[in-house]
Design a protein. Structure first.
Length: 247
């Protein structure tokens, strides 16, 4: 008779797969605790199903192999429990497969691609916007709740809900007035040029103008196009009304 507490082992391995597999970990970080437990149990059922199916196939193709292996494993001082080694080997095989697939994924793909898959599947609109900025080198315009505005780009694809903060490299910044009109006050390229020109030729310096923005403070966000911005903010021609002369 197989004790039910033995089933905790594949559940633990299922949790290990969800947390440490590069294919699942970035999606798992977005799940709630109850959902992670449910997913771990689901993976455990898959491990057990595949394990017992594999044992059935081996016993059918090699009838004496199972008995021989069990006889050899008697040297290990463990109490005799039905299907103990089937569950243990199923879990070990699962862990080995995770390590192999992790090595393959890191060899075949970049880490940013793996995170990008998770963003495509479970990311919110803001995370997908930052992913678009990274992949397409497009500029983002962000307006905060205090009417501060940043225009820039992202170099890092955010891992879904790992943190509540996003990193932006600004090229322009400003604010919105009471009429929500945008006023640019800082050109980071000009500031950096002035700063570098003031240094001696032998001086070396590393500039980091990145800003860390809390997602809860973001009011609006979208792709920034300079041509569209110019059209909306160019001065409108004044209309001249024809005046009638009195006789």
């Amino acid at each position: 008779m197989m004790p039910y507490n033995l089933l905790l082992l594949p559940v633990i391995v299922g949790y290990f797969i969800l947390i440490y597999s590069h294919y699942f970990r970035y999606n798992t970080q977005r799940l709630t605790q109850n959902r992670i437990i449910f997913e771990s149990v689901s993976v455990a059922l898959i491990i057990l199903t595949v394990g017992f199916l594999l044992r059935t196939i081996i016993e059918y193709l090699f009838p004496k192999l199972t008995s021989y292996l069990i006889l050899q494993l008697k040297i290990i001082p463990l109490n005799k429990v039905d299907y103990l080694w089937t569950i243990i080997f199923s879990c070990l095989i699962s862990i080995i497969l995770v390590l192999i697939t992790n090595a393959y994924l890191l060899w075949k793909f970049k880490k940013s691609q793996l995170i990008g898959w998770a963003v495509d599947k479970n990311g919110d609109e803001l995370e997908k916007l930052f992913k678009k900025s990274v992949n397409e080198a497009s500029f983002i315009q962000i307006t905060l709740k205090n009417d501060k505005v940043y225009i820039g780009y992202s170099e890092i694809i955010p891992i879904p809900q790992k943190t509540n903060y996003l990193t932006l490299t600004p090229i322009l910044s400003g604010y919105r007035d009471d009429k929500k009109q945008l006023h640019i006050t800082t050109d980071y390229f000009s500031v950096i040029d002035d700063f570098l020109n003031g240094l001696d030729n032998e001086e070396s310096v590393t500039l980091n103008t990145d800003v860390i923005i809390k997602q809860d403070e973001i009011l609006t966000a979208g792709i920034y196009e300079q041509a569209i911005f110019d059209k909306f903010n160019s001065p409108k021609p004044k209309s001249h009304k024809s005046t009638k002369t009195k006789k």
